[in-house]
Write a protein that binds this ligand. Structure first.
Ligand SMILES: [Zn+2]
Length: 235
């Protein structure tokens, strides 16, 4: 997997909002600014073939209308969108607000998939239920390629799902928003415990608020690494 970090910050930080590009064509989350960031790294938004959305808070999907507009302008085929059952309506309504005269044409450019297990190219993908905010479904995704498992949590507090992802994954791109964990988000205190317990997993922290990156660096834990915008890995 070629993994590019488009954003590593929470909405309150100066970093880009958390989002990831896989193999230059698969997006995990589409927050504010995604299309502009793609253009800056010389990837055309209309070349994205698959979009995986962890949950429907604005800082995880509000660039979808621009992504979709690029798709119809280029007229280069259907884009697969993997999300929860509420996603199709939410994306339609947001796109209608942004481009009322184009919404129906834009909507024809997507194919929605709400399955728990699916595949994208060579990846077998598993959706894992997490716990974030009341009334908002939150899902992590585990991408499996050969024997390597790479997980993306999106936003979550500590729950059964996150423990399962930590246990299963070789690499986990993991929410760590604040210094102290709360119900909605994992904190540095909690991810430190996870990294010590699940030593076979490398935890890359993301969705970080102010001061979180520095706190993680100062801990100097081998399998706990803060991400930076535009980092690139081959896994
Ligand atoms: Zn959220």
């Amino acid at each position: 997997m070629k993994l590019k970090i488009l954003g590593s910050g929470s909405i309150y930080s100066k970093d880009n909002s958390a989002s990831y590009l896989i193999d230059n064509k698969i997006l995990v989350d589409v927050p504010n600014g995604t299309c502009k960031i793609l253009k800056r790294i010389e990837v055309e938004p209309n070349d994205i073939s698959d979009i995986v959305i962890t949950h429907f808070h604005g800082d995880h999907y509000f660039d979808m209308p621009f992504m979709l507009l690029s798709k119809i302008t280029a007229n280069n085929g259907i884009c697969n969108v993997y999300c929860d059952e509420s996603g199709e309506n939410k994306i339609y309504n947001l796109t209608k607000l942004a481009f009322p005269n184009k919404v129906d044409k834009i909507n024809q450019s997507f194919k929605y998939n709400t399955s728990i297990n699916f595949s994208i190219g060579n990846y077998i993908v598993e959706k894992v239920k997490l716990e974030h905010e009341e009334g908002i479904e939150a899902n992590g995704y585990i991408f499996k390629e050969r024997d390597i498992k790479i997980g993306f949590t999106g936003d979550t507090g500590i729950c059964q799902g996150i423990k399962l992802m930590a246990k299963e994954c070789n690499y986990l791109i993991c929410d760590c928003t604040a210094l102290k964990g709360k119900k909605l988000h994992i904190g540095v205190d909690e991810i430190t415990d996870l990294a010590k317990k699940y030593k076979n997993c490398i935890f890359y922290t993301t969705h970080m608020g102010n001061g979180v990156r520095e706190a993680i660096i100062s801990l100097n834990i081998k399998n706990l690494i803060p991400l930076n915008d535009y980092d690139e890995f081959l896994i």
